[in-house]
Design a protein around this ligand. Structure first.
Ligand SMILES: *Cc1c(COP(=O)(O)O)cnc(C)c1O
Length: 461
């Protein structure tokens, strides 16, 4: 299996090189040359445990780049940190099925991919006898999942910037209570956008980047997509037995299009999914695109589902590339339009595409609160606000004929304020979050200034 860039500017590369590259060096996103087709193996895949299925699917993307036993070890380690024996248990709630992706160490779905990516980084660095300094900015969930992915690992340091006092208490403590020597939390006196600006400036400083082996861990890394494809197969194969058509509908709350792109990739590989329902909050650039063919930026609005408060979906370019039939010239044109005007228009391509597997819609904070309350009162089930966005849209777009699976992307205890607002009681708790209250923390508070951050990193490496 080889990888190429959506912008057409790199030679084909192997899996590990694609992982270490992160974003393609020509500014595009990395995609596989083909999607492996497993449609004739579904019965066999349906019998596997989660780690076995992960091995079966991920090895197709790794090819012969990592010996089988090594890959198996990496995958087994990655899912041994999950607290539920099924890794991603599926619960039946009302008319829906809910797949809980939040049983990893930081209680959000990002652990599914970042536990794997952390182990993969450690393995590759050791093999090549090099080191890596990961640099990232977070508005909340990604930072802690990335930190838990690489804490204590050899040859890796991680520096995560978060906006001082602008992340939730739980999110802050999940990051700053990690005291491993290779973890550096930096609270900048500014906003999340300041953090992103600083990170971008440091990555653009090629001398600094080269001398200090800087790496990213953001949601465009292909290894994250590969790891996420697994649970689409897992869920669809578990539920298809109860479906009269043999197909399943999936509903995914989304912001960066990272999670749901993995769902799209799974459909290209033959997963029995009839419909991908894309759910956004009021930051609805993706929902607007699927309903109009126009992808256009507007201002970010703060909502009760902050991990989806995103205006530019970093994985969207991957889907666009396949939508224009892998036509690199057309893709470059469209992305140039978007960079210049904050807008791109694909005409009727999506509206007239009867094969399009997506249905998209957005919900607002009132819908979120209503769903949390309804599912708690009717089914005694607590939805986190991101999952609630998905469930609200799923209820509106379900076909009664097929089982519907909603992805639950965070444990409700991570967003206990929203739960309290919805049902008037403070009942969203989790042992691992309660335990954080008593732990010591470490964090540098620095001004939101590129030179200050650069000096700090140079001093610590
Ligand atoms: C990151 C995140 C999302 C959005 O995922 P995308 O891959 O950006 O679509 C949704 N819910 C939670 C809880 C998250 O942490």
């Amino acid at each position: 299996m080889k990888y190429k860039s959506t912008r057409g500017g790199i030679k084909p590369i192997a899996f590990t090189d694609a992982v270490m590259m992160g974003l393609a060096s020509d500014g595009g996103l990395i995609v596989p040359e083909i999607f492996p087709d497993v449609s004739d193996r579904l019965d066999d895949l349906a019998t596997l445990s989660y780690p076995q299925l992960a091995m079966a699917i991920i090895s197709l993307f790794v090819g012969d780049d990592i010996p089988e036993n090594d890959l198996k070890y990496i995958i087994d380690c990655s899912y041994s940190t999950f607290e539920h024996e099924d890794i991603v248990p599926i619960k039946s709630v009302g008319d829906l099925h809910i797949m809980e992706l939040f049983h990893g160490p930081t209680l959000a779905f990002k652990d599914v991919a970042l536990q794997f990516l952390g182990n993969l980084f450690e393995y590759s660095l050791k093999k090549n006898n090099t080191n890596l300094n990961i640099l990232g900015a977070t508005s909340g969930d990604t930072g802690s999942a990335a930190i838990y992915g690489v804490r204590g690992k050899k040859n890796i340091n991680i520096f995560i910037l978060h906006p001082h006092r602008r992340v939730s208490k739980v999110q802050e403590r999940q990051m700053t209570t990690v005291l491993d020597e290779n973890v550096f939390n930096i609270a900048i006196q500014g906003t999340f956008d300041d953090g992103q600006r600083i990170i971008k400036a440091l990555f653009n400083d090629l001398e600094f980047k080269g001398n200090y082996n800087l790496g990213a861990i953001n949601s465009v890394n292909w290894a994250r997509i590969a790891a996420q494809i697994v649970y689409y197969f897992y869920g669809a194969l578990k539920l298809r037995r109860t479906s009269s058509t043999g197909m399943v509908q999936l509903c995914v709350p989304t912001g960066n299009f990272g999670n749901i792109f993995a769902g799209y990739a799974a459909t290209r590989m033959g997963v029995p999914i009839s419909k991908l329902i894309l759910a956004t909050n009021e930051n609805n650039i993706l929902a607007r695109f699927f309903n109009t063919g126009i992808y256009e930026k507007s201002n970010v609005k703060q909502t009760l589902s902050p991990s989806m408060d995103i205006q530019i979906a970093s994985n969207f370019e991957r889907y666009l590339y396949f939508l224009v039939d892998e036509n690199v010239c057309r893709l470059n044109e469209l992305m140039n339009d978007f960079d210049k005007n904050g807008r791109l228009d694909i005409g009727t391509l999506i509206l007239e595409n009867s094969n399009c597997v997506f249905t998209a819609e957005s919900g607002n904070d009132d819908d979120t609160l209503t769903m949390i309350k309804k599912y708690y009162e009717q089914y005694n089930y607590l939805l986190d606000p991101h999952t609630a966005v998905g469930v609200g849209i799923a209820e509106r777009f379900l076909d009664a004929g097929e089982p519907a699976l909603c992805l639950a992307t965070a444990h409700p205890a991570k967003f206990d304020d929203a739960i309290k607002q919805a049902i008037g009681k403070d009942i969203a708790t989790h042992d691992s979050i309660r335990a954080l209250t008593y732990l010591p923390t470490r964090c540098a508070i620095l001004s939101a200034d590129t030179q200050t951050i650069r000096s700090y990193i140079m001093e610590k490496i």
